[in-house]
Design a protein around this ligand. Structure first.
Ligand SMILES: [Zn+2]
Length: 300
């Protein structure tokens, strides 16, 4: 009898012990799963963190190299890379470019004509022509919003400041770049901090520096490359900034002759104060080029 009772007790204990250990086992199992899940979560997020960190590191390194800050959602011109503009590809393309503006007298006329004819142009702006003028700023905004391209034509356009170094006719690289940056930041103030234009037209043209065998030109070219900037010259010109003022008919003839049979043409014109004849010539210039089978491109 005693033995049977003892056996029963033992059995009860056994059952109790098994139940307890089962519960402990389940608790342990749940805890293990939870911990491993959390660990995986930490791992994943730290992987993402590393990825972000390493990509921003990469970003930093390349921007240091280029010395430019690439902003998120950066906006710029639409169009053809300036380096490729004159490369022949079997299609006739013309790039209308207007320098020295904006002006409140001529630029609105040019913009109206471009719009009426359904074509776009590239405007190389002078910083000091914009600064402090809300009307000029409105014209820059209008030009860009209507699909035209915006380029940098230095701040002062003053040859004596840009191309005078130790009393010689040589580009002052620091002065030149300061002016490019100053105009770039004036444009950013109008079009937004994410705007960046890489196209620069050197006053007098890059070709004039080559002509003068400017010894500082290779240094300027190298700074341009490092900064992802590109100098844009022209291969046709309407002669609207020469000594003798020419009338619209003459300007039109210059364009006709200088574009000639070029498959690709970058045409230099001006939209600064006093260039009303350029605006007068423009409708004929556009009609002529269209009739010759040219498409109108913008530069970036
Ligand atoms: Zn100019």
């Amino acid at each position: 009898m005693k033995n049977v009772v003892a056996k029963r007790r033992l059995n009860k204990r056994k059952v109790f012990f098994t139940r307890v250990s089962l519960i402990v086992l389940v608790i342990l199992l749940v805890m293990t799963v939870k911990v491993s899940f959390q660990q995986r979560k930490i791992k994943t997020s730290s992987y993402l963190g590393n990825k972000v960190a390493s990509s921003s590191k990469k970003h930093k390194a390349s921007s240091v190299k280029k010395n430019t800050v690439v902003l998120k959602n950066q906006i710029s011109n639409d169009g053809t890379n300036a380096e490729d503009a004159l490369k022949e590809d079997g299609k006739k393309t013309v790039y209308l470019t207007f320098d020295d503006g904006p002006s409140t007298t001529v630029t609105p006329k040019i913009l109206d004509i471009l719009k009426a004819n359904g074509v776009h142009a590239t405007f190389f702006l002078v910083g000091h022509a914009i600064e402090g003028s809300s009307k000029a700023a409105d014209l820059v905004r209008r030009a860009y919003n209507e699909g035209n391209a915006i380029g940098d034509h230095t701040y002062s356009h003053d040859m004596k400041k840009l191309y005078r170094y130790n009393g010689r006719n040589v580009v002052d690289v620091d002065a030149f770049m300061n002016e490019v940056d100053r105009t770039q930041s004036i444009i950013k103030n109008i079009l937004g901090p994410t705007f960046f234009t890489r196209i620069v037209r050197m006053p007098g043209g890059h070709m004039s520096r080559v002509y003068y065998k400017d010894p500082n030109l290779p240094q300027l070219d190298s700074v341009f490359r490092q900064r992802n900037l590109v100098s844009v010259d022209w291969n046709a010109y309407d002669h609207d900034a020469e000594g003798r003022k020419e009338y619209s008919g003459e300007l039109f003839n210059h364009v006709k002759n200088e574009v000639g049979n070029h498959e690709k043409a970058i045409i230099l014109m001006h939209d600064t104060y006093g260039k009303e004849e350029t605006a007068k010539a423009l409708p004929n210039i556009i009609q002529y080029l269209k009739a010759q089978g040219y498409e109108f491109g913008t530069l970036k």
